[in-house]
Design a protein around this ligand. Structure first.
Ligand code: BJW
Length: 242
């Protein structure tokens, strides 16, 4: 694996593939979430308006799974936290994932652009609160008292991802962009590699298979994240010590 010199400003984008080996389902694999659930029904504001109980059940079951004793961060999450801790320049980790496995591994400079499963949001007063229990249409918001106003703090199709200004700024300034475990089907995240490349960054893809963004990467390495990510991180740390 050949990586160019040392880097000052690193942006890492992660997708469902980085959490797959922790036991969390991806979306678009043959056994992925979108095989068993209709996107329009569970991942759009219109679906939530039509049948909020169905959407709450979908996220309740994923929240219960995430909080189960058999789910934990893996070697890829841990390696990224180590890279952040040792890197002397700027480091931004942008995840499309709604799990908290990057936090469990110790990542600090983290953007959850598609939201967080362990948070709720009140559609009436916009309060975001920690949430480790099932949500129901009967619930009241602890802040404003409105009944039936709590929704998962998730970005559905047609909604604006979170912290786009911070992400855009990091992309404009980075000299290394690493994409890990994402299929490149969902925008705006799927366009980040090209944006970083236009800004002059070296772009690297670590995935099981080629993502759906041909031409966006200077280098691609294919294999499981728990093997590739620690390997790349070790190389980057070694180079920065030279
Ligand atoms: C491994 C591995 C292992 C497996 N090791 N690798 C037409 C054209 C262009 C855009 C649009 C369009 N029509 C509509 C849009 C916009 C739309 C969009 O992109 N639609 C596409 C379907 C076309 N996007 C939106 O609506 C977004 N908002 C938006 O655009 O706002 C307007 C805006 C304008 C201008 C600037 C900015 C914004 C919102 C998108 C919301 C996505 N939400 C979801 C669900 C909610 C979260 C949840 O429930 O968990 O987010 S969809 C789902 O897909 C989830 C994911 O975060 C997201 C990405 O999936 P990901 O992570 O890539 O997973 P997979 O399964 O697809 O891929 C896994 C990869 O891992 C694979 O490649 C495997 O090979 C690999 N892998 N095991 C390494 N062990």
């Amino acid at each position: 694996m050949d990586l160019r010199s040392t880097y000052r400003s690193i942006v890492v984008l992660t997708g469902a593939g980085i959490s797959a080996e922790s036991g969390i389902q991806t979306f678009r694999a043959s056994d992925g979430l979108w095989e068993a659930h209709k996107i329009d029904e569970v991942a759009t504001p219109e679906g939530f308006k039509k049948d909020p109980a169905l959407v709450q059940r979908f996220y309740n079951s994923r929240r219960q799974q995430l909080l189960g004793s058999d789910i934990s961060e893996n070697a890829a999450h841990v390696a990224l936290a180590k890279l952040e801790a040792t890197h002397t320049g700027s480091f931004t980790l942008v995840t499309q994932n709604i799990d908290d496995l990057h936090e469990r591994a110790g990542s600090q400079s983290l953007v959850h652009m598609h939201g967080e499963l362990l948070k709720s949001r009140c559609t009436s007063c916009c309060t975001v609160a920690d949430c480790v229990k099932d949500l129901s249409v009967e619930d009241h918001c602890d802040h404003c008292g409105t009944q039936g106003s709590l929704r998962p703090h998730i970005v559905w199709f047609g909604e604006m991802p979170f912290e786009m200004d911070r992400i855009q700024q990091a992309l404009m300034q980075c000299d290394l962009f690493i994409s890990i475990g994402t299929s490149g089907n969902v925008y705006p995240a799927a366009g980040f590699a090209q944006q970083a490349a236009h800004a002059g960054a070296h772009t690297l893809q670590l995935n099981l298979e080629a993502s759906n963004t041909p031409g966006s990467f200077n280098q691609s390495f294919f294999g499981p994240a728990t093997e590739l990510v620690p390997e790349v991180v070790d190389k980057l740390i070694r180079q920065s010590e030279v």
